[in-house]
Design a protein around this ligand. Structure first.
Ligand SMILES: C[S@@+](CC[C@H](N)C(=O)[O-])C[C@H]1O[C@@H](n2cnc3c(N)ncnc32)[C@H](O)[C@@H]1O
Length: 207
């Protein structure tokens, strides 16, 4: 994260600083549709496709890297989608300070950075605190979906989610075979699948 970027993409892209208090989703999106989060949305392939396919749902991408987040927001802006937005900043902070309890119907976390070096592991998105935050923001009956190509990290994610008192395990989705070259859930899903990597998928329901 660097200095705040220009506001040319407003309201498709804004930073945490532009959202100083708990978000009122109805005001933020201008409607009362359910809200889903794409945490660590990267350049926003999932966000874009979901926003287009489900106009009845609002999608918010959270992305630490402003360049990537702005790239995703630019695609949403080009199509003038009313139900897709990106916030630049740290997802932990956003969930902790800006999201009302049980106000989100789904949280998607796809291909979170694995931080391979042991001394960097504390930078991982998933830890006990993050799962507590998911438990706080996801509504009862809502869902968390998480995919990764890193078997060891999937073990950590499932360990945290499966043993959390507020979540129950749902059947893991099976990634479908792509119908064309861009038919993947996310950019990382595409890149790692073409590299020959496996994908580990998990789905949990907030009790
Ligand atoms: C490996 S990429 C995956 C991007 C996308 N989900 C995909 O599957 O193509 C992980 C993304 O998470 C973002 N990220 C990492 N930590 C984050 C945090 N604390 N808050 C928001 N985004 C974060 C990174 O900047 C990066 O864009």
């Amino acid at each position: 994260m660097t200095a705040d970027p220009p506001s040319d993409l407003f309201p498709y892209f804004r930073t945490l600083n532009d959202v100083p208090a708990t978000v009122n989703w109805a005001e933020f999106f201008g409607n009362t549709q359910p809200v889903e989060l794409d945490i660590g949305c990267g350049r926003g392939l999932f966000l874009f496709n979901s926003t287009e396919a489900h106009p009845e749902t609002n999608f918010l991408g959270l992305e630490l890297d402003y360049t990537e987040g702005r790239r995703g927001a630019r695609r949403l802006q080009k199509r003038e989608f009313p139900n897709g937005r990106v916030i630049g900043g740290d997802a932990h902070e956003f969930l902790r300070t800006r999201v009302a309890a049980h106000s989100v119907s789904r949280a998607h976390v796809y291909f979170p950075d694995p931080w391979w070096k042991r001394r960097h592991r504390k930078r991982r998105l998933y830890n006990e605190h993050f799962v507590d935050l998911l438990s706080k923001v996801v509504m009862h009956g809502g869902e968390v979906h998480s995919w990764t190509d890193v078997e060891e990290y999937f073990g950590v994610i499932s360990g945290l989610m499966n043993h959390h008192a507020d979540f129950e395990v749902l059947p893991a989705p099976v990634p479908k075979a792509p119908a064309h070259d861009m038919d993947y859930l996310t950019s990382f899903h595409r890149r790692r699948t073409l590299d020959g990597a496996n994908t580990y998928t998990g789905c949990w329901r907030r009790k």
